[in-house]
Design a protein around this ligand. Structure first.
Ligand SMILES: C[S@@+](CC[C@H](N)C(=O)[O-])C[C@H]1O[C@@H](n2cnc3c(N)ncnc32)[C@H](O)[C@@H]1O
Length: 213
């Protein structure tokens, strides 16, 4: 079945790339990877942000539901996977950091997505989120404009996201907010101490064949 971003994939970097360039640099600085870290760009699209991390971290993985977006992202040093962000093929506690850049509001099952991020992160792992902010007037306008382009979007407010992440044991460590959006970094100190667990994460039955293309 065709995914919403399949059609825009060939134009995405040209339209969005220049607009997002400074923002992606700020995100990379905020994430501040070390050379041995494994990072997942979830909903990573054409790899605009994943490419920023080349040379800054040990391994960069990109997962996206749109085969056409992933096609644009293909790069020898980026491990790509076509799949859904709420049910990824990776083992528990596999990543040092997960990135959700401009993707959260495209996913309906947001609690499942946050559970999956919780499952994927190592203790001490980081979550970087770049989003429109429903708490801000221009964020609400941006959210509304997106509904004209996509059939459905599900924007959230910064405070509401903080609450949902705190419930899962994440601690906010840095944030940059403006009139319509935010970039924020959370840390998952030790998932076993928070009393939150993910029992319903479904892994593909053929997990033994786990590999990335
Ligand atoms: C606006 S683009 C952002 C792409 C990239 N993260 C960036 O910042 O340039 C949103 C991306 O989320 C992907 N996406 C939407 N729902 C998804 C899901 N359930 N699982 C994985 N990817 C998803 C889309 O295919 C699209 O590539």
């Amino acid at each position: 079945m065709e995914k919403p971003f399949d059609k825009v994939a060939p134009y995405y970097d040209r339209w969005i790339g220049r607009f997002m360039s400074g923002r992606m640099d700020r995100m990379a600085d905020l994430l501040s990877c070390s050379p041995d870290e494994i990072v997942l760009d979830l909903g990573g699209g054409t790899g605009l942000f994943a490419r920023r991390l080349l040379g800054r971290c040990g391994e960069i993985h990109l997962l996206d539901e749109s085969p056409q977006m992933v096609e644009q992202a293909r790069h020898g040093e980026i491990k790509t996977w076509v799949g859904c962000g709420t049910e990824t093929p990776y083992p528990d506690r596999f990543f040092d950091a997960v990135v959700l850049s401009d993707v959260f509001h495209h996913i309906r099952d947001q609690d499942l997505l946050l559970d999956e991020v919780f499952r994927l992160l190592k203790p001490g792992g980081r979550l970087l989120v770049n989003e429109v902010d429903l708490d801000r007037f221009w964020g609400r306008v941006a959210g509304w404009l997106e509904t004209l382009l996509f059939t459905q979007v599900f924007p959230t407010g910064f405070q509401h996201l903080c609450t949902r992440l705190e419930k899962r044991g994440f601690r906010l460590v840095d944030e940059v907010r403006d009139s319509w959006s935010f970039i924020a970094l959370w840390k998952l100190d030790d998932p076993s101490l928070g009393g939150f667990s993910v029992s319903h994460a479904k892994l593909p039955e053929d997990i033994d064949r786990f590999q990335v293309q």
